[in-house]
Design a protein around this ligand. Structure first.
Ligand code: KG4
Ligand code: ZN
Length: 340
């Protein structure tokens, strides 16, 4: 071990995943994620149940992360935690735990913006995944956000486009619900889409200004389309599941690609990184890879485990803030809304 090595324990609890990670500099030693199954039966995240589950999970998840990293807590250089944005009751659990631990160990505390973390996950050291060169465009697509961000440096980011209503992840999850699929439906649409025809059904591409997105109209048109089709054939969904999923996914990917092309045109930047839970989607991954040949873009697709919510991405922000000596203190409060 080198004396200059930085060991960060990172904690993420913004929504329904309790996660802890240990990083040695920009390398991940462990990244433990406890998913909360409880929300499945409600068809969406129930905030009250999420914070209770975080309370139960946080201690074992942190222990597990330290154990897998094979590091004693006294070796840690700092504690990083998600301050926001997210569900208040969920954020409070991670925030309070991180504060107490940093006070107990007498080491610095680092607050992290969850949206910045989704983007900076690309800077985790992984041999097969090259780090983006600044400036680049980040397409952040998750269950709560849809943004195009101009990333000029680690902590110099500007949102240049965002959704005016639902996030992409919501569009996936709500469409899945219409088809009777359990929550979260995004990964299931992805799985079914692999077996279906993306041109089987046509859904409208919304018209919204500049680099903004809208997904609420798509959700409504899918709902009406399915209701009408069921009137004619009560088994319509079962018979056409794969084709419906492939067509929904194709439309969502088209909407995203259309805005990305526009963003490249406006900014003149053709390095594109996708981030957030929906960047796990195979449709957007494949389409973006294809864009390298089609448009000459350089694209960055994160390692699968750093797409959906995880603490490793909080840890990489913690590491860079540690290098800048950008610390917070025990007065830090969770922020449900927290801009970039
Ligand atoms: O980033 P994330 O884990 O949580 C938020 O911060 O929101 O994103 C979760 C979202 C959910 O809407 C989930 O359905 C979606 O990401 N998602 C996917 C896939 N994997 C996760 N959507 C489409 N295809 C996938 N493979
Ligand atoms: Zn997220």
């Amino acid at each position: 071990m080198n004396n200059n090595d930085v060991f960060i324990l990172a904690i993420e609890s913004s929504c329904d995943d309790t996660s802890a990670a240990v990083l040695k500099n920009d390398k991940v030693l462990s990244n433990v994620v406890a998913n909360q199954k409880i929300h499945e039966e409600y068809g969406g995240v129930v905030p009250e149940l999420a914070s209770r589950a975080h309370q139960q999970n946080i201690v074992p998840v942190v222990h597990q992360a330290l154990h897998r990293a094979n590091i004693d807590k006294n070796k840690l250089s700092a504690i990083a935690f998600t301050r926001g944005p997210g569900l208040m009751g969920s954020l409070l659990v991670g925030t309070s735990f991180a504060k107490s631990l940093s006070m107990g160990l007498d080491i610095p505390l680092i607050d992290v913006n969850h949206m910045q973390a989704h983007i900076l996950a690309h800077f985790i050291d992984e041999p097969e995944f090259p780090k983006p060169e600044f400036p680049f465009l980040a397409l952040t697509i998750s269950g709560g956000h849809t943004q195009i961000v101009l990333v000029k440096d680690f902590f110099d980011m500007e949102v240049i486009g965002e959704t005016i209503d639902d996030a992409v992840g919501e569009a996936f999850d709500k469409s899945a619900k219409v088809l009777g699929l359990p929550y979260p439906g995004g990964p299931l649409i992805d799985r079914n889409a692999k077996e279906g025809n993306p041109k089987a059904f046509e859904f409208p591409i919304p018209k919204v200004g500049e680099l903004n997105f809208s997904f609420s109209g798509l959700k409504t048109s899918i709902l009406y389309f399915v209701e009408k089709s069921l009137e004619q054939d009560p088994e319509f969904i079962e018979k056409n599941m794969n084709d419906i999923c492939a067509s929904i996914q194709y439309t969502i990917v088209e909407i995203l690609m259309k805005k990305l092309r526009k963003a490249v045109k406006i900014t003149g930047i053709n390095r594109i990184a996708i981030c957030g839970g929906v960047s796990a989607n195979s449709g957007i991954r494949n389409r973006l890879k294809k864009a390298e040949g089609d448009y000459g873009w350089t694209t960055y697709i994160p390692k699968f485990e750093y797409t959906t919510d995880n603490a490793a991405m909080i840890g990489i922000v913690g590491y860079h803030k540690f290098l800048n000596k950008d610390f917070t203190d025990e007065t830090a409060t969770a922020q449900a809304r927290f801009s970039l």
